[in-house]
Design a protein around this ligand. Structure first.
Ligand SMILES: O=C(O)c1cccc(C(=O)CC[C@H]2O[C@@H](n3cnc4c(=O)[nH]cnc43)[C@H](O)[C@@H]2O)c1
Length: 233
């Protein structure tokens, strides 16, 4: 099984890279790390795309143009609108939306689907529980909360715009890459999942409230279990 791990920044993948010895194999591709297992039966690749939808679509499209994978997993940190999710919690995004893709029309927003120019809503095509169904795996891989997210170019940080997007789409999370990842995977026909750890609540911007360290630690613990779980499938 070939798995492509996709993250926006090196900051989000620290322990994961060290533990498994991912290495840059091609000097021309400094954002692509690989590690075959001893039996070469599972070949993992890690792609660091850069932050945002444009960087994600470019890097992922380029990688998938010349390589085949059985599964792609997008992982990173995210902001939460939903206060029942604790900072540091790891969740699975099963529905994502390119929230700003459309047109303003007086007081309403017309999504790109209504304009007749395509889709802005995407679903994960796999779930973690379906991947590990029937396998003896860590409890971290079980009972993962499934949530709905939006993907934005501008991180929400003002009460007025936060209220507006909550009224329109009622998202639980937001990131800057997730829906672009789903978009590319759908078009390339690659099964895809998205895992994120909550680093902050979506609120008036105050970086002192963010728990990036905790989110990255929990996210990496999850990914380590995910890779270990793949070995016993
Ligand atoms: O300094 C800032 O204001 C700031 C705002 C958003 C994100 C950052 C980062 O350093 C992380 C970028 C990375 O994290 C994801 N992320 C984390 N929290 C959020 C959020 O509340 N809304 C959207 N994206 C978020 C995002 O996917 C980026 O890849 C700094």
């Amino acid at each position: 099984m070939r798995v492509l791990f996709v993250a926006a920044t090196g900051m989000e993948v620290g322990r994961f890279v060290l533990d498994f010895g991912f290495r840059v194999m091609d000097a021309e591709k400094k954002n692509v790390y690989t590690i075959p297992d001893e039996k070469n039966s599972v070949s993992h690749t890690l792609l660091i795309t850069g932050v945002g939808m444009v960087a994600t679509a470019y890097s992922l499209g380029k990688e998938l143009a010349t390589n085949q994978y059985d599964l792609a997993i997008n992982f990173g940190i995210a902001g939460s609108f939903d206060r029942s999710i604790e900072l540091g919690d790891v969740v699975e995004i099963i529905h994502d939306n390119i929230a700003e893709l459309g047109a303003e029309d007086n007081d309403s927003f017309l999504p790109v689907s209504v304009l007749g120019f395509g889709e802005s809503e995407f679903k994960a095509t796999q779930t973690v529980s379906s991947i590990f169904k029937g396998a003896k795996t860590s409890s971290l891989l079980k009972n993962l909360k499934q949530v709905r997210s939006i993907t934005v170019n501008t991180v929400h940080g003002e009460p007025e715009s936060i209220n507006r997007v909550q009224k329109r789409l009622n998202p639980q999370l937001e990131s800057m890459e997730g829906a672009a990842f789903f978009y590319v995977c759908h078009h390339a026909g690659i099964p895809c999942v998205q895992i994120r750890a909550v680093s902050n609540y979506v609120e008036k911007r105050d970086k002192d409230n963010w728990k990036i360290g905790l989110a990255v630690k929990n996210l990496n613990a999850f990914i380590v279990e995910f890779i270990n779980g793949l070995q016993v499938l």
